[in-house]
Ligand binder design. Structure first.
Ligand SMILES: [Ca+2]
Ligand SMILES: [Ca+2]
Ligand SMILES: [Ca+2]
Length: 470
């Protein structure tokens, strides 16, 4: 099942090459003392495919990169001098104004400089951004861990921040279902998660523009960190998560599997890509904020926390209302009072009687799958998925027969070990009249299937084979 991935499938090679390309640029700059437009274009063109590949994970077209670099030739003599590059970088890469080439910047200095560049931003926005920026000093980020930021520690991250500063805000939500629309939707979710519980506003687009700008730049910086950490972590991502979140908790194998899976827009491979890691880490952070607010997560608690409920409806824009709420402003008892089932070992829980952060992450991850499904397969965007709309989804699962779709819509348990009984139940149910499903109904029908779908040894085709002989 491919929930039309918004990832461009960032390979670690492409990633390394981007960093190398940017580093090469800086090397050339320092060696040659400036370079020509031609030389510059050569470098960018040489790496264009790879740069494009990486940049397509973010709204940073490669043409902008070239334009940005060429715009530094202020005296229009066709060559970039070190002075022009320094001036250009200062203008286009804010971080170069904060960190002098001669002296590393302290946290207090960075805070003052950011405040100066964003005079209208709130202290929360400036503080959090500064905090994140200072992480460039950490050793996994190739920093020297001296508590200060040197120019050399800013290099490629500074470039990304330069782009982030230029992207037009506020984001306009798009109604389409193309890659750009999916990507914008995903970025919106991540920003809404990031600002949750830190501002009185419950959504990113309700923040003042200066705060939006800093939060957006912070998100880009954290994506850049994920890139470093996903690389650094190998197969065991616990140390990387610990570093990213400063969180010493655990994850379950099922949770990691979900975030690598195509259900979540992942690639379905053994290691976590940058985007997969970023999704998991930021979703865990969001779940952590939810768990941190309440000792017990049930319908009554959630109903009494309207800003949490509002945030969740923003973060799950297509499925949230249906899954999380009974009626307006009231949490759905059927969903929330059952959340404790994620404590069960069968779902990767630790059976400690509490719903821990990683268990809530898995619970919300399943809702994310449904949200993605409605984004991709509710083709007329009316909030329902019909049998007709669902067919391509089932086809991706390997279910090509109408009977399976009928059985799913009729609410028959497809996780049943005996495929013949699925067919029998369908025949006996007389429940063929259900032709469209709301997200919560879809969620309920998919729920038992999730562990199976995450297990590659389960082959839905085999079920189909048996049904064919029926
Ligand atoms: Ca340092
Ligand atoms: Ca637990
Ligand atoms: Ca529809």
């Amino acid at each position: 099942m491919n929930v039309r991935s918004t990832s461009s499938g960032l390979s670690s090679n492409a990633r390394t090459d981007l960093h190398k390309a940017v580093d090469d640029l800086f090397d050339l700059y320092s060696l040659e003392g400036g370079f020509t437009k031609e030389g510059l274009l050569n470098i960018v063109n040489k790496h264009k495919d790879k740069i494009q590949n990486v940049l397509s994970g973010m709204p940073l077209p490669v043409e902008d990169l070239i334009d940005m670099l060429l715009s530094m030739d202020t005296n229009q003599n066709g060559a970039l001098s070190p002075e022009e590059i320094e001036a250009g970088l200062r203008k286009l890469v804010p971080a170069y104004n904060w960190v002098e080439s001669t002296e590393p910047a302290t946290r207090a200095h960075v805070f003052e400089m950011v405040k100066k560049d964003f005079p209208d931003a709130s202290d929360e926005a400036v503080n959090s951004f500064t905090e994140t920026f200072m992480r460039l000093d950490e050793s996994w980020n190739a920093g020297n861990a001296d508590g200060k930021i040197a120019r050399s520690e800013v290099a490629s991250a500074g470039f990304l921040l330069g782009f982030a500063q230029q992207v037009k805000l506020p984001f306009k939500p798009t109604a389409g279902k193309d890659t750009a629309a999916l990507l914008t939707a995903q970025i919106q979710n991540k920003l809404n998660q990031q600002v949750f519980a830190r501002y009185s506003a419950t959504a990113f687009n309700l923040l003042p523009l200066a705060d939006q700008r800093l939060e957006w730049m912070r998100l880009i910086l954290r994506f850049y960190f994920s890139d470093k950490l996903a690389n650094y972590s190998g197969k065991d991502i616990t140390p990387a998560l610990t570093t990213f979140l400063k969180y010493s908790g655990v994850t379950s194998p099922m949770l990691q599997k979900l975030y690598k899976s195509k259900l979540m827009g992942g690639r379905g491979t053994a290691t976590l890509s940058t985007l997969e890691f970023f999704n998991l880490a930021t979703d865990m952070e969001y779940a952590g904020k939810i768990v941190g607010r309440h000792s017990k997560l049930d319908a009554a608690t959630i109903t009494n926390d309207p800003s949490l409920l509002l945030s969740m409806l923003q973060v799950f824009p297509r499925s949230g209302v249906s899954v999380f709420t009974e009626k307006t402003n009231q949490a759905r008892a059927d969903y929330w009072n059952k959340l404790s089932q994620f404590d069960a070992p069968a779902l990767g829980g630790n059976k400690n009687g509490l719903v821990d952060t990683y268990e809530v992450t898995l619970a919300l991850g399943y809702v994310r799958v449904i949200d993605n499904l409605y984004l991709s397969y509710d083709t007329n965007s009316d909030g329902w998925i019909t049998k007709e709309e669902a067919r391509p989804f089932f086809a991706e699962l390997g279910f090509d027969q109408d009977m399976i779709v009928d059985a799913f819509f009729a609410g028959i348990d497809l996780s049943d070990a005996d495929p013949i009984s699925i067919a029998l139940k369908l025949l006996l149910s007389g429940n063929k009249g259900i032709n469209r499903l709301l997200p919560y109904e879809f969620y309920n029908r998919t729920f038992k299937l999730f562990p199976k779908l995450l297990d590659p040894s389960q082959k839905p085709q085999q079920i189909e084979e048996v049904l064919k002989t029926d």
